[in-house]
Design a protein around this ligand. Structure first.
Ligand SMILES: [Zn+2]
Length: 405
């Protein structure tokens, strides 16, 4: 099995033309650019000897013919607004190139390569819609509720694209022996630490809460400071306190962020009657997430009632951490070392389709360095040598899964 690097790079450059914006891409799910990219990919899969289709949720899926078992390799080809050219695209084209290499080698192996581009990973309508559908986790209610920020439904987008009513492909546990996803790191760790291949140990869990302070609106000029029930000041103090508490219980991998903040009524001459903020935090360990959430609640309990202001924290969203398969991760490590590539075991701070797949099939991910750690921006880029090293390591992992490959 011989990887054709110039062909892989040429395909990556070609795919980047769909929705091209400067050095990046603007390829939101089910827009004409995204559909053209899917159609192009469908043709490449067919040429690679795969049985290929675009299914009822927009997944582009190509199956190796004449085999009972296959490794599934993929990622996504949709992008965030004005995103990078490699985010997702690289993992899909890794699969395509490995499938082609297998075909050119005579396909005399029992283990096939199935390739997939999961629809709407970036969540224009519903984050991870394609992989959730593939694994049977996209409920009818979820599907019906999915809309983009302009209120257009996923259903309408699929029907406009011509995908509505098609059957949806699903994971076949008797066929798929593993899922492998190659991806850019989207952060600075590999580059900073001088490593070439990130061996992903797991994908962080995410919790999102809203903290609400309830006070009383009053004239901001005539009400003495001590008599105010100032929801705004209470929120600021709360956030400051929370950051100190988080610092006490965090792990080395914990991160947190404050999102939308609002004071109501929001006029500078009115004491805020209510104030709220979104808090989101991530960690690869559920226990650490629990500890951080306990601090949110404890900080709220302590602040509640002070200065006549009520403080409450409500959970809005929870995504569990997802562990990758340890055996497969070790195989990636061995394949990387065999190519002299320094590796780093690391969690992924970003969500990926692999977090859905890992609940059903042995799953592993590898990262290659992102230049300057940049991603979700047109500035996103990686060295061609690293892109080629990444597919080498992935192909090496496939070979290790089937020594006759
Ligand atoms: Zn991605």
């Amino acid at each position: 099995m011989q990887i054709n690097y110039p062909r892989l790079l040429a395909d990556l450059r070609h795919l980047a033309k769909f929705g091209q914006v400067g050095t990046g891409v603007h390829r939101l799910s089910f827009t004409p650019e995204d559909r053209e990219a899917r159609h192009w990919l469908l043709q490449r899969m067919t040429e690679a000897g795969l049985d290929a289709q675009i299914d009822g949720i927009g997944n582009v899926y190509g199956q190796s013919k004449g085999v009972a078992k296959a490794v599934l390799i993929g990622s996504h080809t949709d992008s965030v607004p004005k995103g990078g050219w490699l985010d997702g695209a690289m993992g899909v084209l890794y699969g395509l190139e490995i499938a082609r290499a297998r075909l050119e080698a005579g396909a005399q192996t029992d283990l096939g390569i199935d390739v997939i581009s999961f629809a709407d990973e970036e969540g224009t309508y519903r984050a991870l819609a394609g992989s959730l559908s593939f694994c049977g986790h996209l409920s009818e209610a979820d599907f019906e509720a999915a809309t983009n920020q302009h209120g257009k439904t996923l259903r309408a987008a699929l029907s406009e694209a011509g995908y509505a009513g098609r059957q949806r492909v699903t994971l076949d546990p008797s066929r798929h022996v593993a899922y492998l996803e190659g991806h850019i790191e989207q952060g600075p760790r590999l580059e900073t630490e001088g490593k070439k291949i990130g061996v992903v140990t797991g994908i962080v869990g995410i919790r999102r809460l809203q903290v609400t302070c309830t006070g009383q609106a009053d004239h901001a000029g005539t009400t003495p400071m001590l008599l105010r029930k100032d929801a705004g000041s209470a929120l600021i103090k709360y956030c400051h306190n929370l950051m100190q508490r988080f610092a006490q219980v965090r792990s080395a991998n914990s991160v947190w962020n404050f999102g939308h903040v609002a004071f109501e009524p929001g006029a500078s001459n009115v004491v805020p009657s209510t104030a709220h903020v979104l808090v989101e935090f991530r960690d690869p360990s559920e226990a650490t997430l629990d500890r951080m959430q306990a601090e949110i609640q404890a900080a709220a309990a302590t602040a509640n009632g002070r200065g006549g202001v009520g403080v409450q924290a409500t959970e809005l969203m929870r995504v569990s951490p997802a562990e990758m398969d340890a055996k497969l991760a070790a195989m990636i490590e061995v394949a990387a070392r065999g190519r002299g590539a320094p590796t780093l075991r690391m969690p992924s701070g970003a969500g990926h389709d692999a977090m859905v797949l890992t609940r059903h099939v042995p799953t592993a991910m590898l990262f290659i360095p992102s230049i300057g750690g940049r991603s979700h921006d047109i500035a996103e880029d990686s060295d061609e040598a690293d892109i080629c090293l990444g597919i080498d390591v992935l192909a090496g992992t496939v070979r290790a899964l089937n020594p006759t490959a």
